[in-house]
Design a protein around this ligand. Structure first.
Ligand code: JHZ
Length: 393
């Protein structure tokens, strides 16, 4: 049923940063192939890794690490309060509480399977369940009171069994309640040749047309959409139970659907073209690194993202080409990127003594980073990006 269109080779677990002790041990790698299902338009990776291997007590990614995300969650909390006035809200994949902390503690419940992250909100007094979201948890949490709003950002794309998610949502959500989902947009991913949206954790990259089809199976429907710049282009879907007639389906939903169909997200040929562009992108990026290395330019990386794992391993960029990465996440500092084994150092403001060129691992935070590093830019420092086309900026 799934038709393969892209092979990104063998890849290590994207968020499994290596300690110096692990550096010389054998790293387990997994085939990263991407496919398209012509029946429901779903795009997904073809070989999945058990969730316990990825989302556990050592999960390194914290949503609060970026100012952009902190601001966005704050803004969104105002918006949701104003539009839906929820008395009780539940977040699936609450991470370190970047979103939850904008609400009254009595009015929110977090669900976060990674214990190290759940502990952060538990310690701050937020009711948080350190579990995977599923039917039995939904029954337990909302036995007495159902919730008015369920929010989940960058979580649905990580869960193989989406049926379980929506079944559980139907149990916990009031009949008049709203489900708000936020995930990278497939249209933006394809347009920007952002093939690094594919890695072990991102089982799906959703389009509106695919999500719509899935939701139909659970008597749920999208009634509004926000197109966001977040994470290199995301969609925020507002979803209701079909039986709820309080919300009309906005023109934005219809516009997104026709935009995606016009672009060809419902056709396999679109993905084959994308695949060709990905290989071209690899060639171009390698040419840039090769020419700078020949000139003995100092190159470092910025933002040791999960996405970087796909790029570095697919393009075979190793330590020696990029000397090290800067990152602000304490858990990543002192470790090495999986596969490429490039060291991660504690972030310091960029200056020309350290680097001539900086590869943007966190390209999705380009604006925030460029603002922070204006001094480096003023002094002639340059950045390298692979999206939408590999270039020096
Ligand atoms: P960022 C993770 O992906 C994993 P990643 C996950 N699978 C997912 O879906 C998304 O998040 C949402 C650093 N940084 O957000 C912090 C700086 O050092 O692009 C982070 O390590 N300085 C759950 O890892 C990384 O970059 C800065 O100024 O691809 C950003 O990671 C900024 C802005 C970030 O997600």
């Amino acid at each position: 049923m799934m038709k393969k269109f892209l092979d990104l080779g063998y890849q290590p677990l994207a968020n499994s940063y290596l300690s110096s002790k692990e550096l010389h041990k054998h790293e387990k790698k997994f085939k990263l192939e991407i496919g398209f299902n012509p029946k429901n338009y779903l795009v997904s990776i073809l070989h999945t890794v058990p969730k316990e291997k990825m989302f556990n007590k050592d999960y390194p990614y914290k949503s609060s690490e970026s100012l952009t995300m902190r601001n966005q969650f704050k803004e969104l909390s105002f918006k949701l309060n104003k539009r839906f006035k929820p008395n009780l809200l539940l977040e699936i994949g609450s991470n370190d509480g970047a979103f939850l902390k904008n609400f009254d503690k009595k009015k929110v419940i977090g669900v976060e399977p990674c214990q190290n992250l759940a502990n952060i909100t538990i310690k701050k007094g937020y009711k948080t369940f350190s579990n995977y979201w599923n039917v039995s948890l939904a029954k337990k949490i909302t036995k007495k009171t159902k919730v008015d709003l369920i929010y989940s950002a960058n979580t649905l794309s990580h869960i193989k069994n989406y049926s379980e998610i929506f079944k559980a949502v139907n149990i916990s959500l009031n009949d008049k309640g709203v489900l708000v989902l936020e995930d990278p947009s497939l249209l933006e991913c394809i347009k920007r040749i952002a093939y690094d949206q594919f890695y072990c954790e991102h089982i799906y990259v959703f389009s509106t047309i695919a999500l719509k089809k899935i939701l139909e199976q659970f008597q749920l429907e999208i009634f509004d959409i926000d197109n966001l710049q977040t994470h290199g282009g995301s969609n925020r879907y507002y979803i209701k139970k079909k039986s709820n007639k309080d919300f009309v389906i906005t023109k934005r939903v219809l516009r997104n659907i026709s935009k995606e169909k016009k672009f060809g997200l419902n056709k396999f040929s679109t993905y084959k073209k994308f695949s060709k562009r990905v290989f071209f992108s690899k060639k171009k990026l390698n040419e840039i690194f090769d020419s700078l290395s020949k000139k003995d330019k100092k190159i470092i990386g910025y933002g040791a993202t999960a996405k970087s794992c796909t790029v570095l391993n697919f393009c075979k960029i190793k330590e020696g080409i990029i000397s090290f990465f800067y990152d602000t996440t304490s858990y990543k500092i002192g470790k090495y990127l999986p596969g490429s084994k490039i060291k991660i150092k504690k972030y310091k403001k960029l200056n020309r003594k350290v680097a001539d060129y900086v590869y943007l691992g966190a390209w999705n935070f380009k604006e925030e980073i460029f603002k922070k590093e204006r001094f480096f830019i003023k002094k002639g420092g340059k950045f390298i990006t692979h999206t939408p086309t590999p270039k020096i900026i």
